[in-house]
Design a protein around this ligand. Structure first.
Ligand SMILES: Cc1cc2nc3c(=O)[nH]c(=O)nc-3n(C[C@H](O)[C@H](O)[C@H](O)COP(=O)(O)OP(=O)(O)OC[C@H]3O[C@@H](n4cnc5c(N)ncnc54)[C@H](O)[C@@H]3O)c2cc1C
Length: 442
């Protein structure tokens, strides 16, 4: 069986690495840009290692990357973010984020009675008896809940920070999604970790697996721009070639898949996914020539919905001797009538972000060695809120396979890319082993 994987991000590389273990499968991975990694692309600048998307892994011991570590014999180091230095700031008051029972007891954002209430909520999530899973959204649950406003705000803020979304969107996340996510996270012994050395440590190994198999080709700077069905096979076109395959794995953001399948016989299958909105944030990365302050590992501003991570406090491998790498992220609303309104909003978010840096990292402006600001970075191609529809790994009566962070799978963000890709590869591998012609051409 000859397979094409379109997209060389975390999802495409994962799918191809798994498939490269199948002796009867050959393949080509097409990547339109000059480098692999997609939104997890890593680059070096002035001695700093910068990621486009950050490399925090939530619930490492229960995460798909740990399954892949065993199955694909990956090797990587990781380090836990110091939970005692993860802070929430509310009305100028700093307090440990209630990530576990120890922090929960220490936090000042809840009264003793509210702490008991929140502890009971965590226990119910862990034991899987929380009513939240029966509610269409977090907002519906909170409206019904008799909890105090502070407890409701805490729920909302937790979801904002793990899903990278605004409070308005947090209220739209389905109850079953939240209860599953936090069931996993609260049970984890390793809630927030960094892969030491960035995502490149993973992507390099996935690439090596493909190359070592001798059955896979990497087609770099070859964006796929056309697809058709001909003679029982799928023909892909790029600016350099036309090649036919038995099956295709689409490993790109859902919006780009829809674009590629426009004006093909498969366009109608994509209609239910056409109105999905992506999760977008503003990212403010600064590499500093020296450590200007290290009051915490992570500070989340509850009033303004933005956070700063001292990435190098956990992953020291990313900075030159004595340097510091800070990443600011602001959740973004996507509801604007005019471009002017959107621009004013982004300017306001930037000013607030810089004010948060000024407050906790005095002197940061004078120590800047590297700076990268992106006012619109796509964290997840489909925001996991009611009204949006994640793309299944397979769509009934459609021949292709889909993976990426906009697809159905376990977890959110990069975990969704890994888990959907692993699933797509497993389905294709079992078809290849059974010798099934996985072709349902139109
Ligand atoms: C600011 C930010 C912070 C983040 N932080 C975290 C975090 O801490 N933890 C976490 O788990 N996740 C995080 N993420 C999310 C994570 O980076 C993404 O979920 C993940 O990288 C998505 O991988 P993917 O393979 O699904 O998609 P992509 O990375 O988008 O890969 C798709 C690839 O397909 C290629 N492509 C597209 N069209 C074509 C075509 N026609 N032909 C050939 N190639 C094509 C693209 O060039 C790209 O390389 C963050 C993201 C951002 C932006």
């Amino acid at each position: 069986m000859k397979i094409a994987v379109i997209g060389g991000g975390l999802a495409g590389l994962t799918a191809a690495a798994y498939l490269s273990e199948q002796p009867t499968v050959t393949g080509v991975l097409f990547e339109r840009s000059p480098q692999l990694g997609g939104r997890a692309f890593t680059y070096e600048k002035a001695g700093f290692t910068l990621n486009y998307g950050a490399h925090a892994v939530y619930g490492l011991d229960r995460h798909t990357i740990s399954v892949m570590e065993k199955e694909l014999q990956l090797s990587f180091g990781s380090r836990q973010v110091d939970k005692r230095k993860v802070m929430y700031e509310k009305h100028d008051q700093l307090s440990p984020a209630p990530l576990d029972f120890v922090n929960l007891m220490k936090t000042d954002i809840l009264s003793p009675r509210q702490k008991m209430r929140f502890a009971a909520e965590i226990t119910a999530i862990i034991t899987n008896i929380h009513q939240l899973k029966h509610y269409p959204t977090l907002g519906h649950y909170l409206a019904d809940s008799e909890a105090d406003e502070n407890v409701k705000e805490l729920w909302e803020h937790l979801v904002c920070s793990n899903f990278f979304i605004t409070p308005e969107d947090a209220r739209k996340v389905p109850g079953h999604v939240i209860s599953k996510y936090y069931h996993n996270l609260f049970l984890s012994q390793r809630p927030v970790n960094y892969i030491l050395g960035s995502w490149a440590v993973i992507t390099n190994q996935l690439k090596s697996k493909m190359e070592q198999s001798g059955r896979w080709e990497l087609a770099m700077q070859e964006g796929v721009d056309g697809i058709r069905y001909e003679g029982g096979r799928y023909v892909l076109t790029t600016k350099l070639r036309e090649e036919s395959f038995d099956n295709i794995v689409f490993a790109m953001p859902v919006q780009q898949i829809i674009k590629l399948l426009n004006d093909t016989p498969w366009e109608p299958f994509m209609t239910p996914y056409a109105n999905n909105k992506a999760t977008e944030v503003m990212v403010y990365d600064v590499g500093l020539s020296q450590v200007v302050a290290r009051p915490f590992s992570y500070i989340s501003d509850m009033n303004n919905k933005l956070f700063i991570t001292d990435v190098s406090a956990t992953d020291h491998t990313l900075v030159p001797e004595g340097g510091q790498l800070l990443q600011g992220v602001a959740y973004l609303s996507d509801d604007f009538d005019t471009e002017q309104e959107r621009k004013a909003y982004l300017d306001e978010r930037t000013a607030r972000m810089e004010a948060l840096f000024d407050k906790h990292y005095p002197g940061w402006r004078d120590a800047i060695a590297v700076k990268r600001v992106s006012k619109k970075a796509m964290v997840q191609s489909v925001k996991n809120i009611a009204g949006n529809k994640l793309l299944p790994v397979r769509i009934e009566n459609m021949p292709f396979y889909f993976c990426g962070d906009g697809c159905q799978g376990k977890g959110e963000l990069a975990e969704r890319a890994f888990s959907s890709a692993r699933d797509a590869a497993a389905k294709l591998a079992s078809a290849a082993r059974a010798g099934l012609p996985e072709l349902v051409g139109i």
